[in-house]
Design a protein around this ligand. Structure first.
Ligand code: ATP
Ligand code: MG
Length: 368
């Protein structure tokens, strides 16, 4: 997948701009707070339908304006050209059209442009709480499998309903007779999601081990394992989830929300068997997080037969030079990438065919 160009109107601090991109490296340079990350966020809209720094789409509208508009033109790896428009008016709903045809739901856009994004906060992937790792696996799945995306949506809706029912019961509002039926739905959808995640993660692990050893040829062995809060992989996931619900049923009725299920699952990352989260150095945590993202790109490419677009928000300044060079090599011969950097000297050896943009106060200019 290649994004050929973008047009942005009233997006964050970008008043109006149209940029043509290189199919390989696109480097965006500028001082702090000029709009580098804003451009990546605009590109990311076409991946998930929202910015990666906020869930509130209103915040993406330029201060003092009422709407934003984005349009990109791209080309798939099978050379099919396409155009996507994304319009949003404050307080309203996004209007998205692909090749001039309006989509009825924003979720129909997810996956059209497979995207891998890496931001400085992503080091949390290895060191932070489990929610970030669940999000990682769910975001991977959503981009490669409509079935996974649908299982995920169904599970989230069921969890929400079940939680509000438990809340009602716990506060004396009744409804216990409905619980049995919600338990059944919860078990089947929770088990489906767990299976999907485990499957996805085993593909990620294969890719990640290969990438880790390319970056660190004499390094430790990276391990990635799905740690279900209820499923050991022996009986069926349904049976295990049913059993887990039975164990927590009294506590759930008291506390008023679900206490078992895939919403408590985690991914365990290890080096030579030792948990990275507990024992890894800062540098190894950062590296493990990057390797996870690079593996996400590989798995997307394998499953979709389409190369994802890679967005790297100011990550090289935190990596040592050797690792930084290897990461760039792994990206440069495969993916179209968009790389932001506040430092000029960070890219002294810009590869041929790259585009270098400078940004100042939301205005971009091509420098090569
Ligand atoms: N909705 C908005 N309308 C107008 N300006 C906005 C909006 N949201 C953010 N900004 C402005 O965008 C700028 C930040 O842009 P961005 O995050 O892209 O900076 P950056 O170039 O990536 O900087 P850094 O190097 O610090 O990461 C800030 O000046 C902020 O005030
Ligand atoms: Mg930034």
């Amino acid at each position: 997948m290649i994004v050929k160009d973008i047009e942005c109107v009233n997006f964050r601090n970008i008043k109006k701009t149209r940029l043509e991109f290189s199919g390989t490296f696109n480097i965006i340079e500028g001082m702090n707070a000029q709009g580098k990350t804003n451009l990546l966020e605009a590109l990311h809209i076409f991946s998930l339908g929202r910015g990666f720094r906020t869930r509130k789409t209103d915040e993406l509208v330029r201060f003092g304006e009422e709407y934003f508009f984005l349009r990109i033109n791209g080309k798939s790896d099978t050379k099919v050209e396409f155009g996507i428009e994304f319009g949003y008016e404050k307080g309203g709903k996004a209007r998205v059209s692909v090749n001039g045809n309006r989509l009825s739901s924003l979720s129909d856009m997810i996956g059209i442009i497979p995207t891998v994004i890496f931001t400085p906060g992503d080091v949390e992937l290895a060191s932070g709480p489990p929610a970030g790792r669940r999000l990682f696996i769910d975001y991977t799945g959503a981009q490669i499998s409509p079935a996974f995306l649908s299982d995920l949506g169904e599970f989230k809706r069921t969890l929400k309903h079940r939680n509000s029912l438990l809340r009602k019961i716990s506060t004396g509002g009744g409804g216990i007779e409905e619980l049995g039926v919600w338990n059944e739905t919860f078990v089947s959808r929770g088990a489906a999601l767990t299976r999907g995640r485990r499957e996805m993660l085993s593909e990620i692990e294969d890719a990640a081990c290969g990438i880790y050893s390319r970056i660190m040829p004499s390094g430790e062995k990276l391990g990635i394992r799905y740690r279900s809060s209820f499923y050991e992989g022996n009986d069926t996931a349904e049976d295990d989830l049913k059993e887990a619900l039975r164990r927590v049923s009294q506590a759930e009725l008291r506390r008023g929300y679900s206490l078992a299920g895939p919403q408590y699952d985690d991914i365990e990352l290890s080096l030579d068997g030792a948990s990275i989260r507990r024992f890894g150095s800062q540098g190894r945590k950062r590296l493990a997080a990057i390797v996870m993202k690079l593996s996400q790109a590989v798995v997307i490419m394998q499953r979709r037969a389409e190369r994802p677009v890679v967005l790297l928000d100011d990550i090289f300044s935190e990596l040592d030079a050797g690792i930084s060079r290897k990461v760039r090599e792994l990206i440069s011969d495969r993916y179209q990438s968009f790389i932001t950097s506040p430092k000029k000297e960070a890219f002294s050896d810009i590869p041929a065919g790259s585009a270098l943009f400078a940004v100042e106060n939301g205005s971009f200019s091509l420098r090569n």
